[in-house]
Design a binder for this molecule. Structure first.
Ligand code: BES
Ligand code: MG
Ligand code: ZN
Length: 491
């Protein structure tokens, strides 16, 4: 499928379908559209009346054009209220149009959407991202995909004098989002610590990135007792992945992104009971998936920033070698942890990964993790939690998330709650009470970062979609890749 900028006017364009956008309650035909409507024997105006099309965000309608017109069909898409328009509206519109076009088996499509308040390059990038992401389907594990074939061959962006670079940017970013989706969708018998490492090795090779893999012995030497405690019961070796992107020019900033990489979370000896979603716990590497997805995009976009992509990868299993509830682990910063719940394993792996990242001398660290069910209780499935004590970093991430069309909500670092994790025998326990569970998780992580500005993102909800939306399909969403890329790109 090829997306390209075209300077053909919508009056002259020939092909299977032309998509045009309208704002809610402003479904009027411009001069150019009136002319087109006449040419098309009033198909547009009649379609609007017949389907009571009001331009609501996500509403689409399609009609065949009769006569001997060289345009096959017209697609109307609602863009929502004009005053609510954001860059993400264009991304969503792209997604909705792609879905209708796919269903109607359209091969050649044109999209004519723009807005005077928005830069054409941005609009072209957003529409392209939406189209690509909506059409991505993960068919790797199906033997028969005949009925899933995508008909679309070309998409022309009309009325949008933008540069083709905008479309290339969309392709680079979405390739990262798609990698993250595929990592999350792959079950634990496909993506495990070893194959995850192989995936990153391929990535490093393809884009010329530096890569260090710390094996178990290396982690032992660094005193990563917290990470290795979690890894004990697995039959597969733990892998500590450190991928580095270095720009050609002197880096303006140095950043570290740390992702939770549990390729499966059984809960350990505090095993997840039936009904707890144990069968979905292949997604517990969603943080690592976003980290390496962002790496893939950033390696192609080449910003003047040095970025370290880190994940302590293992699975949380049960066996005679498993860590026991009550075990005391020593993390690589010397702090001791009484494991009062083996199912709070993500923070144990992140503890050593954060200590490692903190020693790199970067300007900021962001960690991402499918860390707590409590975060889903607090914010629902679509919104991730954000914790930081650094206001600048909070602003950077919120701005990045907004254009990414990804939702984050800043949560409190309520120091008092750390009292719940005080241990009589060790420096701390790994869990507090059920109430405020996502906050105590963040406070636990804070123990492993010294002075580097740091933010923690709990993405347990949005990494996975139960139903398809404008641009996401059921399954892994690749959540946070676009936010991370924007963060890396913004000065
Ligand atoms: N991986 C889970 C968190 C999770 C839950 C992610 C649901 C996605 C969906 C994490 O390791 C976990 O088990 N957390 C526990 C912490 C508790 C024991 C303090 C939880 O949330 O129940
Ligand atoms: Mg767990
Ligand atoms: Zn987990």
């Amino acid at each position: 499928m090829e997306i390209k900028i075209s300077n053909i006017s919508k009056l002259e364009w020939n092909g299977d379908a032309l998509a045009i956008g309208f704002f809610t309650d402003k479904v009027q035909l411009s001069e150019a559209l009136t002319e087109l409507d006449h040419k098309l024997d009033n198909t547009i105006s009649e379609l609007i009346v017949e389907t009571e099309f009001k331009g609501k965000l996500g509403c689409t309608t399609i009609a065949r054009i009769g006569g001997n017109n060289s345009l096959g069909k017209i697609i109307l898409v609602g863009l929502g209220k004009e005053e609510d328009l954001t860059v993400d509206s264009f991304r969503q519109a792209g997604g909705y149009i792609a879905r209708v076009a796919k269903q109607a088996k359209i091969k050649t499509l044109a999209i004519a959407i723009n807005h005077p308040d928005y830069d054409n390059d941005i609009v072209a990038q957003m529409i392209s991202e939406g189209v690509i992401l909506a059409l991505h389907q993960d068919n790797r594990f199906k033997s028969d995909t005949e009925d899933q074939k995508i008909s679309l061959e070309t998409i022309d962006l009309l009325d949008l004098p933008a540069s083709n670079k905008a479309i290339e940017t969309a392709q680079k970013i979405t390739s990262g989002v798609i990698l993250a989706r595929e990592l999350v969708n792959a079950p634990a018998n496909v993506i495990n610590p070893v194959t995850m490492t192989e995936t990153v090795e391929n990535l490093a090779h393809e884009y010329g990135l530096e890569l260090t893999i710390l094996e178990q012995e290396d982690c032992e030497k660094l005193g990563m007792g917290s990470f290795l405690g979690v890894a004990k019961a697995s039959d597969l070796p733990p892998k500590f992945i450190h991928l580095i992107y270095k720009p050609e020019n002197t880096p303006k900033r140095k950043l570290a992104i740390v992702g939770k990489g549990l390729t499966f979370d059984s809960g350990g000896l505090n095993i997840k009971v039936s009904g707890s979603g144990i069968e979905t716990m292949k997604m517990d590497m969603g943080g690592a998936a976003a980290t390496f997805g962002a790496a893939k995009a950033i390696a192609q976009l080449k910003p003047d920033v040095e970025i370290h992509f880190i994940s302590a990868v293992t699975e949380n299993m049960i066996s005679g070698k498993a860590m026991h509830p009550g075990d005391i682990l020593t993390a690589s910063n010397g702090k001791t942890i009484e494991v009062n719940n083996t199912d709070a394993e993500g923070r144990l792996t992140l503890a050593d990964a954060l200590v490692y990242a903190d020693k790199l001398g970067v300007d900021a660290i962001v960690d991402l993790a499918t860390l707590t069910g409590a975060c889903i209780v607090a914010l629902g499935n679509d919104i991730a939690g954000l914790w930081t004590t650094d206001d600048d970093l909070a602003t950077q991430l919120k701005t990045s998330a907004q254009t990414a069309g990804e939702k984050f909500w800043q949560m409190p670092m309520e120091n008092k709650y750390f009292d719940q994790m005080k241990s009589s025998i060790a420096d701390m326990k790994n869990t507090g009470s059920r109430a405020g569970g996502s906050i105590t998780a963040a406070l636990f992580l804070q123990q492993f970062v010294k002075d580097t500005p740091w933010a923690h993102l709990d993405i347990a909800g949005p990494v996975w979609a139960e139903k398809s939306t404008a641009i996401d399909n059921e399954g892994g969403t690749g959540f946070a890749v676009r936010t991370l890329v924007n963060w890396a790109l913004n000065d």
